[in-house]
Design a protein around this ligand. Structure first.
Ligand code: SF4
Ligand code: SF4
Length: 361
């Protein structure tokens, strides 16, 4: 197959896989994929089935030898352009979307080679060109949500989120940490990351196994996982995960300057209504010393000082992230349940149904 044809076919394949930045027929797309995939890898990518597969099955489907296909798949998994997991001692591979997927995988190892810098620039150019050519995405249903992991959350009828995240940490094995895709890519483009930590992107279960085996991820003990959350809170980062309540594949620790999900929320007129934890801050006027630390820390700038020298919150902007509460030395902020907040979908199936309903509505 001619080189141009294989990348044109790759465009159709990536579009069908869906997700963020799934594919657009623009020069920036081809500049990126020609760097990410060799023509041979693109051909293998284009032939991948939907679910997990073994090298010999794909080789059979392509009418090629397993001995020829297997090293290509290995190279692709090690470059983060497909996924690979070991199950019961056997190696399986799986196709990946651009986002979440291939675009993040490029930066999770935290490497700083010339090729990493080139890919950071190519991805940035592609995302910018892509965004400029589509109308702002309609607010359908958030695929991610803020998690308030702060101990100042008021115990109520709802599951105490601090305990819930502890449950996830206890439940999943392995847990891994990698570099934050958004901040590491920004630092490769010589942008300011405002002193925020890089090694705080956490994966759980199968995703963690892939990160450890292929993306330079570090396996964490349960205590180390809790330490990552504490370190992120101290820095003023927002805990974020997929918008489901029962399972978790990752926890990102996001900032306001570079995180794609936060920047997307902040581009909306009322970000707090789209992107929320289900909690809001409540201020203890007696304890507050009007130091304004919470105002400075608040990622969406939802806080202003009130006439009574106690901060007041604009709920149209507030994410319910508790970054204000964790920075208050006087413990004057408690996170309380937000009235009328709908519980997140339980699992991936319910989330897809909610996204479809939101898009149709
Ligand atoms: S950080 Fe605490 S003490 Fe300082 S202004 Fe905010 S609520 Fe008041
Ligand atoms: S006021 Fe700001 S820092 Fe506090 S919960 Fe809301 S968004 Fe987060």
């Amino acid at each position: 197959m001619a080189m141009q044809d294989v990348y044109r076919q790759l465009l159709d394949v990536m579009k069908k896989r869906g997700g963020g930045y799934s594919g657009m027929d623009i020069p920036e797309f081809y500049a990126l994929v020609e760097e990410l995939f060799t023509p041979g890898e693109a051909e293998v990518n284009n032939a991948m089935p939907r679910g997990p597969f073994a090298a010999k099955d794909l080789a059979g489907q392509m009418g090629r030898d397993e001995a020829e296909i297997e090293p290509i798949l290995e190279s692709m998994a090690n470059k983060g352009v497909c996924m690979a997991v070991t199950m019961k001692g056997a190696q399986f591979y799986q196709s990946a979307r651009f986002m979440p997927g291939i675009l993040e995988f490029q930066f999770m190892p935290g490497k700083t080679t010339d090729r990493d810098k080139k890919i950071a620039r190519l991805i940035h150019d592609y995302e910018k060109a892509f965004d400029s050519k589509i109308s702002p995405r309609a607010t359908a249903f958030p695929t991610t949500r803020v998690i308030t992991v702060d101990k100042t959350v008021e115990a109520g009828n709802q599951v105490h989120t601090y305990d819930q995240v502890q449950t996830f940490i206890d439940k999943y094995e392995p847990i891994a940490v990698t570099a934050c895709y958004c901040r590491h890519a920004a630092s490769l483009r010589d942008e300011d990351i405002h002193g925020m930590p890089l090694d705080v992107c956490m994966q759980f279960g199968m995703g963690a196994q892939f990160a450890i085996e292929r993306l330079g991820g570090r396996k964490l003990t349960k205590q180390e996982a809790r330490d990552v959350l504490d370190r992120s809170e101290d820095a003023g980062l927002i805990h974020m995960s997929v918008n489901t309540s029962d399972d978790i594949g990752f926890i990102c620790n996001c900032d306001r300057w570079h995180c794609v999900a936060v920047k997307n929320a902040l581009s909306k007129p009322k970000p707090g209504l789209f992107f929320n934890s289900g909690f809001e801050p409540s201020f203890d006027a007696e304890a507050c010393i009007a130091c304004e630390t919470c105002i400075d820390r608040c990622p969406p700038e939802a806080l202003t000082m009130g006439d009574d020298d106690v901060p007041k919150v604009n709920l149209d902007l507030c994410f319910g992230c508790a970054v204000c509460a964790t920075g208050c030395t006087e413990e004057a902020i408690t996170m309380v349940n937000k009235p009328g907040f709908a519980a997140p979908p339980k699992n991936g199936k319910e989330l897809v149904a909610a996204i479809k309903a939101g898009a149709a509505g």
